[in-house]
Design a protein. Sequence first.
Lengths: 192, 192
Amino acid sequence: MNYPIKKKVSTIKLTSSSNRGMDLEEAINLTNEIYIQRDIAYIYKKPIPIQVVSVDYAKRSAAKITEAYYKVPSTTDYNGIYKGRYIDFEAKETILKTSFPLKNIHEHQVSHLGHIVKHGGIGFILVAFKSIGKVYLLEAKYVVEFYQRFLTKQDRRSISLTEFEEFGHLIPEGYALRLDYLKIIEQLYFSK
Amino acid sequence: MNYPIKKKVSTIKLTSSSNRGMDLEEAINLTNEIYIQRDIAYIYKKPIPIQVVSVDYAKRSAAKITEAYYKVPSTTDYNGIYKGRYIDFEAKETILKTSFPLKNIHEHQVSHLGHIVKHGGIGFILVAFKSIGKVYLLEAKYVVEFYQRFLTKQDRRSISLTEFEEFGHLIPEGYALRLDYLKIIEQLYFSK
């Protein structure tokens, strides 16, 4: 399942740390809309978890939240159904050229992905290497494994690009289906 | 799949409109925890959708949200996996004695449940009639049907308790498994 890759990939120059050329979330949302329109799948973004501290009910029309904080997420960004199977994933970007730091994923999220797999769902992460314009899908079993390595050996704080190339799958990019990640899921779970 | 019911059920006196004797959300959350502990299923509550308008980044430790509003939910409260199948439901309480008003469910949520079913998931609502202390499960196909009736015939603004008795399923209540709704799901989808 490895894709041909250029060996010099890690030397491609990072254009800018604020490079907005590829917005991962936007690409996923557009892709999911097409999946829904074409009746391929029903996958959507979950709300961001927020801890509400105080609310002003003065206006009867709309309660105004006046103090709240972002919570550490205990689940992932996206979930839904594809051909009857439960789909669940987290999407992350990195500007680093050769690795993805594991501190970008919370322990609860890894545990969440573990639960998904245990109960027969399909879990994974999508990681965009912005500097090289590539997005990889890495199945939950590997995420759990690499995270375990991180917890036990504190010197392994990231997943290298080479590991994404070896254990992950490059997502094909297109026009309407900006990031057709279900193509990979189809190959991995439904083409037997 | 109908359960024996007392015919005079609708005449039971409503104790109080602020009756906290049965907190549906609490009962579901406790039940879901047991499901996870016993490796029966992995079902969890989604975050409440909130529209953030302004954030104060003055304190580096924690960004403080200073203005935000509750959004109309486009999905349901709970989802997860049971035996590999996608599970999705909304939980609602009513203090009414003989019917559940459909205005308590948003059109987007009904559409969401329709999508779930279309793609092979299991969707439903749990409705607690607090006055009689009973919780019913009603499958998504009926929710969609009754909502359609509501949209086309504006005089049918609710689902009657009699309809819950006929088309729905009474949830067994217990000590550890406060509301064992998966028992009904098991009977409906896995005992063939």
